[in-house]
Design a protein. Sequence first.
Length: 291
Amino acid sequence: MSQDLDISLLRTFVAIVDTGGLTSAGRKVGRTQPAITHQIRRLEELIGRTLFEDNRRKLSLTHDGEILLEFARAMLRLNDEARARFSVPDITGHVTLGTPDLYASYILPEVLENFSHTHPNVEIELRCTRSVHLHAALERNEIDIALMTNQPDFRRGELVRREPLVWVAGVGGSPELRRPLPLAVLPQGSVYRHHALEALGSAGKQWSIRSVCDSIAGLQAAVFAGLAVSVFPRCAIVTNVRCLGEADGLPPLPPIELVMHRKSQGISAAAEQLAQYITRELGDPAAAAAK
């Protein structure tokens, strides 16, 4: 292969994989279906390999296509970071970002790292606590922006994405077999707790709260020790927990909403830039369609 790979071809390739079709990929990258087909043929010519299986009913990658996909995502990420770094004015300032410790641990590290690369003069201060406390801090203008779990009594924030909730237990025990069902939950006011107890009540299941923890670390301790079953968002699933479901006698759970809030008095350009960046990086198509 003597020619460099074309970023636009890689972007189209990734769009096809992410959307599951040529037509939907065309809408995403702003090209017609024939143009999309031509781009894929051009990409296959450049690398000398076939990227998609010859199956008209289902769009699936070849082994070479799967390998290229990893490179394509990495190259697009670097390309987009470089463009973002030089396409926006230099922004400076201090931003206080509030978020529950769960999101700080599991979904924000890479996002904040990438933002810091493209905006090195923005200083980010993290305030980690439960969403109910973050909402109160926003109302007092103590923090600039907050990524948190939506609750019915909050003022409406900007929907970032919907995250599935999952019943979990430790790998070393079977607390789901005990009656009443032992639970590890967050304190009163938690959406996780509300959804768990409401689902169990609707299903006629008996339960008993064995652990009340104010953080994800406390819930994990109870779960890892085999003391109780708990409810985690899918983003917090780690290798030493088991996901439970209807086959284990547990009812389905509704998803939670991750929302972005800004303080009521207005925010700086640096805070707005960070809020938009987090929303864009963590967002999903379903959330975007619901806005």
